[in-house]
Every structure is written in C-alpha cells, then in structure tokens.
Ligand binder design. Structure first.
Ligand SMILES: NC(=O)C1=CN([C@@H]2O[C@H](COP(=O)(O)OP(=O)(O)OC[C@H]3O[C@@H](n4cnc5c(N)ncnc54)[C@H](OP(=O)(O)O)[C@@H]3O)[C@@H](O)[C@H]2O)C=CC1
Ligand SMILES: CC[C@](O)(C(C)=O)C(=O)O
Ligand SMILES: [Mg+2]
Ligand SMILES: [Mg+2]
Length: 337
C-alpha cells in the first residue's frame, strides 16, 4: 500500500511566518483561505474586484489585487479557473515570482499541458483536495477533512515537500490523509475521474434512468426520488463502509438485481469507452479541445450548460427540495450563482 501522510506526522513550522497568497476566492479559494487562516497561517487573498472580492471582504480575510498579493507573498497558490490561469499568471503573477518563492496549484492542468512554465529558481508543487471546495470548507469546520494529493514539480529551495505537507495540513486534508503523486498522475486521474465517473458518468446515468421511467409513463417526482435523491443515500453507505455495507443495508432483492442487471448497464463497451476517454486525456486531445473552446468564447459549453439547466429533472428537483428544508439545515448552503 502507498504511504499516506496524516496530521500527527507533519510539522507545519516550515510554513509559519510565511505569507500565503490565495489567488481566486471561488470554490477552492475560499476554502483554502479560511481553513489556512483558522489553522494559524498568514493569508492574503488576491482577487479582481467583483463578487468574489466582496465575499472575501465579508469573510474578514485580507484582500488585495492579484499582483499585490503575489508581490508580497512567499507562497502563491493559484485557485483560478484552469482556463484563466495562463493569462493571469503571465500578466500579474510571473513578474513577482522572485527566486525562492513557491508557486502552487490545486490541479496540474496548466503545468502538465505546458500552459505555464515557471522559472527554474522557484518551488512548484500542488496540493489537490479530492473533493469540491465547499465541502473542503464544510468538513474542516466540522473537524473532518477531505483527503488530498500532493506533488512536487520543482524543488528549488529543498523545502518544497515540507511546504506541501504543511499546506495540506493547514487546509485540513491531512485529517483524511495526503498521498504523494506527480503532476502527470494527478492531472490525468482527476480529469478521468470527473469525466467518466464522478460528474459526467453519474449525471448521464441519473438522467438516463430518470428519462427511462418518465418516458415509460411513471411520475416525474417518483423518478426523481428513485434516480437522484436516493442516490445520495446509497452512496453515503458506500462512503461509510464500502459496497459491502451498502449491500448489507439494501434488500436481498435489490442486491440480486444489482448483480444481474448492473453489468447489463455498465458492460464491457462502457469500459472500452472509458479507455477511449482516458486516452484522449493522456494524449492531450481533451486539453486541446477545452483550450480551443475557451479561445472561441465557449459556444458548446454554453449550449450544454443551458440544456442541463433546462432538463425536466432540475425543474422537478427544485420543487421537491423546497419541501425538504432539512436537506440544507445546519450546512453552509452551496448556491448556484
Ligand atoms: N472546484 C473544486 O472543488 C476543485 C477545483 N480544483 C482546482 O482548483 C482551481 C480553482 O478551481 P475552482 O475553485 O473550481 O474555481 P472557481 O471557478 O470556483 O473560482 C475561480 C475564482 O477565480 C476568480 N477569477 C476568475 N478569473 C479571474 C481573473 N481574471 N482575475 C482574478 N480572479 C479571477 C473568480 O472571481 P470572480 O468572482 O471575480 O469571477 C473566483 O474567485 C482549478 O485549478 C481547479 O481545477 C481542484 C480540486 C477541486
Ligand atoms: C470532481 C470534480 C473536481 O475534480 C473535484 C471537485 O475534485 C473538480 O475539478 O472540480
Ligand atoms: Mg478536477
Ligand atoms: Mg478532482
């Protein structure tokens, strides 16, 4: 088994007294900034004027422009959307990247696909929580932590590894465990996971199940409960105790159906297409398409987003969730802005 790093074996001293600039205050940015601050580190947020700037101010963190934050920081963590990082890095961060500083990421996309080439005399590493930023924050406040990966691309000072571990501890990820990887492995596996299973695979599976029931004449509300709402409850059991625990709690009838019908849905052809998706990520085809899509003003992205938001499952779900206020009770709500 690979070595995991937990809180008690990490000395965060190396990061104490250093100024950490969190560039961006979105999903990951707000979580890293607040968790690090509450862990006792010196944090400044670098952000343009706007929604995120106002949110950071309201949360009581020190806020500056990107260039000012980068200039005064020892450690610069880029938590901007992947597709915007290159432009902001070149204009506002690179000029302040003096020797001995550390440049950080939470995903290796821009370094792995050669969009950003940092100078040789700075540390370059990533700390990537394996979960959405809002839950990185929520779990931290609950005393828990989302596990994370760390990887060193350049170790100019000899301290890059210790800094990465201390940072991972500061955001709470060492409570769940930190695993060492490379930029290449993190980038490819993260993209594969979100496309094939966690986001793309799951939303398409849920949508296909919902549509199958509704098209067969069953009530949309029932289809929503059956294919989306209950999915969380089933996944919670897998999260807590693996597939065996989930199968222990469900009926034997459900478990038998799981064994005989599951492989009819997710068959060898699905795995073959997963391999195609993995190849597109590995050889840069996916990255090239995503970069071009952004250069062209995101025409396809906008179309897909609209279609997703207008699907019947969203309309039905919104009404049903409004009658279940307990879903969000006691939680910092994640709202779609
Ligand atoms: N989302 C997640 O949970 C995860 C993300 N990651 C990685 O973390 C990084 C950040 O992603 P994510 O948190 O989703 O990003 P978000 O889209 O949630 O947030 C982006 C932030 O960047 C700001 N921003 C955008 N453009 C500019 C600009 N030109 N100048 C200054 N600020 C700007 C936005 O501010 P404004 O309000 O002004 O637009 C916002 O605060 C990415 O590398 C991603 O792959 C890794 C693990 C999980
Ligand atoms: C699963 C999507 C993710 O990789 C994440 C939350 O870990 C992302 O890029 O947002
Ligand atoms: Mg990702
Ligand atoms: Mg991820």
């Amino acid at each position: 088994m690979s070595k995991m790093y937990y809180e008690n074996e990490i000395n965060e001293q190396v990061l104490q007294g250093k100024k950490i600039a969190i560039i961006g205050y979105g999903s990951q940015g707000h979580a890293h900034a607040l968790n690090l601050k509450e862990s006792g580190f010196d944090v400044v947020v670098g952000i343009r004027p706007g929604k995120s700037y106002d949110a950071a101010k309201e949360d009581g963190v020190e806020v500056k422009s990107v260039a000012e934050a980068a200039a005064e920081a020892d450690v610069i963590q880029i938590l901007l959307p992947d597709e915007r990082q290159k432009a902001v890095y070149e204009a506002e961060i690179a000029p302040h990247l003096t020797p001995g500083k550390a440049l950080m990421f939470a995903h290796g996309f821009n370094v792995h696909f050669d969009q950003i080439q940092p100078p040789a005399d700075v540390d370059v590493f990533l700390v990537a929580p394996k979960g959405p930023g809002h839950l990185v924050r929520r779990q931290f406040t609950e005393g828990a932590g989302v596990p994370g990966l760390f990887a060193i691309h350049q170790d100019a000072t000899g301290q890059a590894r210790d800094l990465a571990l201390a940072y991972g501890k500061g955001i709470g990820s060492a409570r769940g465990g930190l695993l060492e990887t490379t930029f290449a492995e993190e980038t490819v596996t993260d993209l594969f996971g979100e496309q094939a299973v966690l986001c793309g695979g799951t939303t398409e599976l849920v949508k296909a199940g919902f549509e199958t029931l509704v098209e067969a004449g069953y009530q949309p509300e029932l289809a929503y409960f059956e294919t989306l709402h209950e999915l969380k409850l089933i996944v919670d059991l897998m999260f807590e105790g693996g597939m065996a625990t989930m199968r222990y709690s469900i009926s034997d009838t459900a478990e038998w159906g799981d064994y005989v019908s599951g492989p009819r849905i997710i068959d060898a052809s699905v795995k073959a297409r997963m391999k195609d998706v993995l190849t597109d990520i590995q050889d840069g085809t996916f990255a090239k398409r995503w970069i071009a899509e952004n250069e062209n003003g995101r025409p396809e992205y906008t179309k897909f987003k609209e279609a997703g938001a207008n699907h019947q499952i969203e309309e039905v779900g919104e009404k049903l969730r409004a009658m279940m206020p307990f879903i969000n009770q006691g939680k910092q709500k994640v709202t779609v802005k």
